[in-house]
Structure formats: structure tokens, C-alpha cells
Design a protein around this ligand. Structure first.
Ligand SMILES: *Cc1c(COP(=O)(O)O)cnc(C)c1O
Length: 410
């Protein structure tokens, strides 16, 4: 957000200067969407007056019910974050040994397995969808394989039909990391009801947030019961522990935030959609830049503005573009660079994993995410795109103006 009108008037092709960034205030990817603050504070006051702050209080119960209705799923267990939610779902589904996951995901997907001594076996992605490639899964199945976790990257559903077929054929449980996909659909059914269970993230940077939080959703009664027990130390009643468990509970303040955000969900989506369309309009025709699009026949949250930068076509590398944007106070991000398999401990355990992941490696060198959400205006979008246009059409000038030597920019 810029407070000076002067700096956003000429968005055609701005002259970029290192000493005077196009944006005075830094724009971030994943700046939180916040609903009606007064309603939130009223709910927090209620919770304080009740002195019921956590342990499945009335707000958590209400949020779980609302999510069940919204998603069209039988059970929702609200949790303190999606990483714990994934750990719970993985454990409750009885996974062990090896589990097949994409490497092109946030590292929590792999960590949730490794944390409990389960080996993540990384599968390559389909470059057209950025999601796990069903055609490459079966060759990774071994006698130790116990399950598959798909990730709905950017909120675009995995090929759920193909994954379900593989899961049925081999008798392998199928879970989904739906951290990006709250409010999105697959074949016109809301994401959340597929596979054995799905896990949403309600982290502050996600489309819908509860400060920190998440939910495990499932239509499986037994799995829901197990996740619920495990998320509360295995307590089945006062003083009666019947299971090994952990503390995965969501607290009332988070649920109050969730209930309040739910009331603004349509507004969040329409702002994101407006920004997405503005980005498409302004980036159209810039050679070497393609934008991830969403199927308008499905429900989408449009939370991620994702570009693929083809250096050979535009003459500027993704990394140089990121540097230029950062110099102009646009904190573009390289999600999911460099891929889980290049992060510890996986990098040391499987130093050659990349040989089986050519598309993941290629994608993680090309992808760039840009700011959107309710903190980003259409004018901001126009200016961000103008910076990208200048950087690509005049790479030397743009780099010099950002205090970057030409060598590192091209
Ligand atoms: C954010 C994210 C997570 C982790 O969610 P938290 O709620 O922060 O624990 C897991 N997987 C993916 C794909 C994510 O983007």
C-alpha cells in the first residue's frame, strides 16, 4: 500500500530506483484477511466472561459445525495448526513405513511423516497442474508403502479420481493436505470430503485464518473418533485415558476468529478474484511470464498469485525478478523452493532424490508468488505488474536502478 499518490500515477512502465522503491510500505504474500473486528472482539469478550478459553469450548464446537456444513462433510476436528492435524490424521489412519508425497509442497507435509519416523517417498508433480502426478506413483510403491498424501497446491484439487483409483487398487489409505484449499471444489464438490481424511490450515497467511489453526475433516466415523481422542491426550472422559495422544486442541480465541472470518468469506473470495483478474489483465502479453489460472467452473479461493518465469523467453531469471521486486518493497516468494527433497533432513538422507523429480526441480526454479488478499488493492496490482514489465522489457535499466549488477540479473 502506497500512501503517496504520486508514486502510483504512472503505472505504465515506472522508472525503478533503488533509493526510492515503488512501494513505500512493503507488500507481503499472505498478509492476513481479517473480518469484522468488532464482532471478533465481542466474541473474545464473551469467551473471557464465560472463562471457557479452550478444551472444546462453545466457539470451537460452533466452528466445527459450520465447517461441516460449509464443506459438506460429516466430521470436523478443529486443531491448533495443520502440521499437528496432518500428524494426527497420519497416525489415526495407521500409516507407517513409507508414505508417498509430493516434494513440491510446504515442508510440513514431509515433516509430519518424518516426525513420527515415517519415510516420505517423494513423487514428482505434473508440470501442468503442479500437483502430484498419478502416473508416477505406482512405480514408487514398495512392500513398505502404507499410504499416499496428495497436496492440493494453490487450492487446485489433485487428480482425486486417479489417486482414489490407485489407493483402491493397492489398498492404501489416501489423505490430502488441503492447507491451501479451504473454499475450493473438485468436480463441484467442496474439497474436504475426499480420501480418508483431509487437513485444512487456518494459519494467518492462509485464505481463511484463525491466527494459528487447522482442521481434520473426514466422513469416516472411526477415524474422526481416533483423531478427536488423540488431539486431547487420549482422554475419553474425566481421568480416563484410553489412547496415546498429544495436545492438538484449538482454543476459543482462534475459533472466535474463525467464526468471524467465515462471515466474510465471500468478500475475501471476491477481493482475491478481482486481484487475480487484474494480475491476468496486466501481465497478459509479457513474454515468458505465465500465470496459474483457476477453473471458473469450480469454487476457488484465488489465494495464490503464481507466476512461472521462463528465463529463456523473457531474458530475466526468476531469482533476478524476485530481487528486483524485493528492492521495490514487493516481497515476492519462491514457493516451494527448493523443494522438500532439498531441505534437511531429506537432502542428507536422499541426496539423489532429485533424479526422480525433474519436474519438481524445474518448477521450483520457475515459480514466483505475488501478494494478494484484502491488504492489496487493484492499484497495487497494476504497479506490481508494471515493475515486472519494466524488469523484463528493460532488464539492464531495471537491475541497475535496483542496485543489482547486470551479471546477477541476467
Ligand atoms: C501452511 C501449510 C501447511 C502447514 O500449516 P500450519 O497450519 O502452518 O501448520 C502444511 N501444508 C501446506 C501445503 C501448507 O501450505
Amino acid at each position: 500500500m502506497v500512501d503517496s499518490k504520486e508514486s502510483r500515477t504512472d503505472t505504465e512502465r515506472p522508472v525503478l530506483r533503488a533509493d526510492r522503491p515503488a512501494f513505500r510500505e512493503t507488500l507481503h504474500v499472505g498478509r492476513p484477511n481479517i473480518g469484522d473486528m468488532e464482532r471478533l472482539l465481542a466474541r473474545v469478550e464473551d469467551a473471557l466472561e464465560r472463562r471457557w478459553l479452550t478444551n472444546r469450548g462453545p466457539y470451537v464446537q460452533e466452528l466445527e459445525q459450520r465447517i461441516c456444513e460449509y464443506v459438506g462433510v460429516k466430521h470436523c476436528i478443529a486443531v491448533c495448526n495443520a502440521t499437528i492435524g496432518l500428524e494426527l490424521a497420519i497416525r489415526a489412519a495407521g500409516l507407517g513405513g513409507e508414505v508417498i508425497v509430493p516434494s513440491f509442497t510446504f515442508v510440513a507435509t514431509a515433516h509430519a511423516l518424518q516426525w513420527q519416523g515415517i519415510t516420505p517417498v517423494f513423487c514428482d508433480v505434473d508440470p501442468a497442474t503442479h500437483n502430484i502426478d498419478p502416473a508416477k506413483i505406482e512405480r514408487l510403491i514398495t512392500p513398505r508403502t502404507t499410504g499416499i498424501i496428495g497436496v492440493h497446491v494453490w487450492g487446485r484439487a489433485c487428480n482425486i479420481k486417479a489417486l482414489s483409483d490407485i489407493s483402491d487398487r493397492h489398498g492404501l489409505p489416501l489423505l490430502f493436505d488441503a492447507a491451501h484449499a479451504f473454499g475450493c471444489s473438485y468436480r463441484r464438490k467442496m474439497i474436504g470430503g475426499f480420501g480418508d481424511a483431509e487437513v485444512f490450515s487456518f494459519h494467518a497467511t492462509k485464505f481463511f485464518n484463525t491466527f494459528e489453526g487447522g482442521a481434520v475433516v473426514t466422513n469416516d466415523d472411526e477415524l474422526a473418533e481416533t483423531v478427536s481422542l488423540m488431539s486431547n491426550f487420549g482422554f475419553a472422559g474425566l481421568d480416563n485415558v484410553i489412547y496415546i495422544g498429544t495436545n492438538g486442541k484449538m482454543c476459543e480465541v482462534s475459533a472466535a476468529m474463525g467464526l468471524t472470518s467465515l462471515e466474510s468469506l465471500d468478500e475475501f473470495i471476491s477481493v482475491n478474484r478481482r486481484n487475480h483478474q487484474a494480475y491476468q489483465r496486466h501481465l497478459d502479453g509479457i513474454a515468458g511470464v505465465t500465470m496459474v489460472t483457476f477453473d471458473e467452473g469450480e469454487r476457488n479461493n484465488y489465494q495464490y498469485i503464481v507466476l512461472e518465469i521462463d528465463e529463456s523467453a523473457c531474458g530475466v531469471s526468476r531469482d533476478a525478478l524476485v530481487e528486483i521486486l524485493h528492492a521495490q518493497n514487493v516481497r515476492a516468494r519462491r514457493y516451494f523452493y527448493p523443494g522438500c527433497h532439498r531441505m534437511e533432513p531429506y537432502r542428507s538422507y536422499y541426496p539423489n532424490a532429485g533424479l526422480l523429480l525433474p519436474e519438481t526441480e524445474c518448477l521450483s526454479e520457475r515459480v514466483l508468488c505475488l501478494p494478494t488478499g484484502t491488504a492489496v488493492s487493484e492499484d497495487d496490482v497494476a504497479l506490481i505488474c508494471a515493475i515486472i514489465g519494466t524488469a523484463i522489457e528493460h532488464p539492464g535499466a531495471a537491475s541497475a536502478a535496483c542496485g543489482i549488477s547486470e551479471d546477477s540479473a541476467t
